[in-house]
Design a binder for this molecule. Structure first.
Ligand code: FES
Ligand code: FES
Length: 240
């Protein structure tokens, strides 16, 4: 409310006139109303979950970890007996228990191929398999490719063709390329082999790219990797 103006010296009582809402007051009122309207919604969204303790479902079973057990692996011609929990991957068994750090952990989920090793001659992503599943089997890692200090033909080809930059993917690439050549030489077809009923006659660059497609190189050294595999194949490498 505000008072009406009265001339000085007049006996007239000032009369009250209704106050017009100012623009500022109107905006303040609108904001307050909006806050009141929105607050319950915000509260509902930010309200923490009911803190009262809930008991686990009757069907939930808490299992104690399995104790370590001996796992025998022949790695690069050397016998290891490792005490491993069943949940230990072959990759971790090699790196953390056998101390063979050449095999690399890239993604730990089967996407990059950095962990490729050969199990009984077949390449495998060691991050995707449990060590206990290979009890009694022979493993070849990058440390086992050279023989008596002499690099394998695939290793030499990688060096000669500058097929790496940072080198992190290289152990996996070398194991994969070694197994690839063995697979090709034994007549195994790939998805780009023109006629899978016949032995592929030559290891084309398309064949190499397809067969190495599980090994990712973040540095992008693919052109040189293909050249190295091609050269190693030309020398009939891969019999590591
Ligand atoms: S670490 Fe095994 S596939 Fe990437
Ligand atoms: S050389 Fe660096 S990731 Fe392949």
């Amino acid at each position: 409310m505000s008072r009406n103006r009265v001339p000085p010296g007049s006996d007239e009582e000032p009369t009250a006139i209704p106050e017009q809402p100012s623009r500022r007051r109107f905006l303040q009122s609108a904001a307050a109303a909006a806050t009141v309207g929105v607050a319950p919604h915000l509260h509902a969204q930010t309200q923490p979950a009911d803190p009262s303790p809930t008991s686990p479902p009757a069907s939930a079973e808490v299992r104690a970890p399995e104790p370590p057990r001996p796992v025998a692996l022949n790695v690069n011609g050397r016998a290891y007996t490792l005490q491993l929990e069943p949940r230990v991957t072959l990759l971790d068994a090699l790196r953390e228990y056998a101390g063979l750090m050449g095999t690399k952990k890239g993604c730990d989920r089967g996407q990059c191929g950095a962990c490729t090793v050969m199990v009984e001659g077949r390449r495998i992503n060691s991050c995707l398999t449990l060590a206990v599943m290979h009890d009694g089997e022979s493993i070849t890692t990058v440390e086992g490719l050279a023989s008596n200090g002499v690099l394998s033909p695939v290793q030499r080809a990688f060096i000669e063709h500058d097929a790496f930059q940072c080198g992190y993917c290289t152990p996996g690439q070398l194991c994969s390329a070694t197994a690839l050549l063995n697979e090709f030489n034994s007549g195994t077809a790939s998805t780009v082999t023109a006629d899978v009923r016949t032995r592929p006659s030559q290891l084309s660059d398309d064949e190499i790219r397809e067969r190495m497609s599980g090994n990712i190189c973040r540095c992008g050294a693919y052109a040189n990797i293909v050249a190295a595999v091609r050269a190693a194949h030309g020398g009939n490498a891969g019999n590591a």
